[in-house]
Design a protein around this ligand. Structure first.
Ligand SMILES: [Fe+2]
Length: 266
């Protein structure tokens, strides 16, 4: 099936890039505040998908982001819109992610009936021009939305993804992706691969702050997002979502490392 690619034209000034709001209302509110503080308007804010996932406030997060900022579909939005039984990450039965998703996935999907049409309308990719360079925004992999692409992956992984993208979009200079939960950038030949990170869960580094990125004429910079993680964790506990993410928000470490490649584990 061909991809739905939405072109949003040429952007000027600073552009705020983020992903993985993960139903984390406190982090989303902090991000919106950060955009205001930096004077970045909603037309210059782009989300790499997964508005909803592990945390307690899927509806309120969608109220703040859907139809307000540019957004590509994450696997969570796609799966919920299709009425699928899980988040579609493809993890094995019995793994920590599998067990945790039995908690948060039905919790989120039961609360989003009002957003199913919006989720279906989300594009697979967004393209834009910035400083004479052409950017494409995707979620995980281009042909596999749930593909985890890690900073430690071989250069060929990125090259093949870029080739797959360019078959649909034509030549590009940079990719902005999400899904894996880790912010990073890699130069792949003449192209730049950026993972904008996620705001809804810390990047497994032992600190509760999460990540977003700002693209400016000087390049891309990653920033720590400080927010009320204790309130976000308490909201999970209050909702009965105690599969481990309530602890991860505070400790800064993911509930398990089984999705991470060995070299990125603790
Ligand atoms: Fe995802």
């Amino acid at each position: 099936m061909s991809k739905r690619i939405k072109d949003i034209g040429t952007l000027d000034g600073d552009v705020l890039l983020f992903g993985g709001a993960y139903s984390n209302l406190q982090a989303t509110e902090a991000l919106v505040g950060e955009a205001e503080r930096r004077g970045i308007s909603s037309t210059n804010i782009i989300c790499t998908g997964d508005l909803v996932a592990y945390c307690a406030d899927p509806t309120s997060v969608c109220d703040l982001l859907v139809d307000r900022v540019h957004c590509v579909a994450g696997n969570c939005e796609r799966q919920i819109a299709e009425g699928a039984s899980d988040c579609g990450c493809g993890f094995s039965e019995g793994t920590a992610c599998d067990l945790a998703s039995r908690g948060w996935y039905p919790y989120a999907s039961q609360r989003l009936d009002g957003y199913l049409d919006s989720f279906r309308d989300l594009p697979d990719a967004v393209t834009f021009m910035y400083q004479d360079a052409r950017y494409v925004v995707i979620h995980g992999g281009f042909n596999d939305i749930s593909r985890f692409i890690w900073p430690s992956d071989a250069e060929g992984v990125f090259e093949r993804e870029i080739s797959a993208i360019e078959r649909e979009t034509g030549p590009i200079n940079a990719v902005v992706a999400g899904h894996s939960g880790l912010a990073f950038q890699r130069q792949i030949g003449s192209r730049l691969w950026i993972n904008a990170g996620v705001i809804g869960m810390p990047p497994h580094d032992g600190r509760p702050q999460t990540r977003y990125a700002v693209l400016s004429p000087d390049g891309v910079r990653f920033h720590a997002l400080t927010y009320d993680y204790e309130a976000a964790a308490q909201a999970l506990i209050n909702a009965g979502l105690t599969q481990g993410y309530e602890k991860a928000l505070v400790s800064g470490y993911w509930p398990a490392e089984d999705i991470l490649p060995r070299e990125l584990r603790r």
